[in-house]
Design a protein around this ligand. Structure first.
Ligand SMILES: N[C@@H](CCC(=O)N[C@@H](CS)C(=O)NCC(=O)O)C(=O)O
Length: 234
């Protein structure tokens, strides 16, 4: 069965693509042209009625939501990360799920509100929303810094899919507009910095980034994809 990943450069699909590469799964990438709002067209809305990227097709199964897709990949391979632990290990699974939910409903959601503030409130309120979100994001960074072990991962002794989700959120927090800087180069957050370095040292993660035109050091010195901006945001 072919896995099909609907993607756009540096969108949330980057998390899924890293997971696919790390787990050694082959997949067919299907480009969604954001500059033409292809993700709002009827054909795509059949796959994800929210009109959001990514979607993963696994045969007849059509999945949206990054966190749900990651969990499916863990179940499909029996592993929560490339080096384990086993997806059916109840303790490890619960620890990983805890962070997947946090990343999905808090960190990623707050990043979205900061980046797309103009979709949440009237124009006059955008700076205030951005300010509020930047303060929340700083709080998330401090909390994460506090819970990570010095060279640690979120949920296990080896990286799980939650760590890749976190690394991508940290990448975005540095390069897309949040109103105020929340994590410039990882300064002041050594443990977040180590996690980003450790992900950046992994060939599979770098392969995923390269496939999305993301150059250089995608986490510790992130830059937007080397593409016209309308192909990236929108
Ligand atoms: N909760 C969703 C969020 C996905 C999401 O925000 N996708 C963005 C790209 S990073 C998107 O499709 N944006 C286009 C839009 O908001 O219209 C998930 O985790 O999959």
């Amino acid at each position: 069965v072919t896995l099909r990943l609907h993607w756009s450069p540096d969108s949330a699909n980057l998390v899924v693509r890293i997971a696919l590469e790390e787990l050694g799964l082959t997949y067919e990438p299907v480009r969604v042209d954001r500059s033409r709002a292809a993700h709002k067209a009827p054909a795509y809305l059949k796959l994800n009625p929210q009109g959001l990227i990514p979607v993963l097709e696994d045969g007849d199964l059509v999945l949206f939501e990054t966190g749900a897709i990651l969990l499916h990949l863990a179940d499909r391979t029996g592993r929560l990360g490339p080096e384990g632990p086993a997806a059916r290990d109840p303790q490890a699974r619960a620890a990983c799920l805890k962070w997947l939910f946090y990343l999905s409903n808090t960190l990623h959601a707050d990043l979205r509100a900061a980046f797309y503030a103009d979709r949440y409130v009237a124009e006059a309120a955008v700076p205030a929303l951005r300010d509020g979100m930047a303060a929340r994001l700083k709080g998330h960074m401090a909390m994460l810094e506090g819970v990570l072990a010095p060279t640690g991962w979120l949920a296990a002794a080896t990286p799980t899919l939650a760590d890749f989700y976190l690394a991508v959120c940290l990448r975005w927090a540095q390069i897309y507009p949040t109103g105020r800087p929340v994590l410039a180069g990882g300064a002041g957050f050594p443990r977040l910095g180590s996690l980003m370095q450790a992900v950046e040292a992994r060939p599979a993660a770098l392969r995923a980034c390269a496939a999305e035109a993301i150059p250089g050091r995608p986490f510790t010195k992130p830059e937007p994809p080397a593409l016209p901006v309308e192909q990236v945001r929108g």
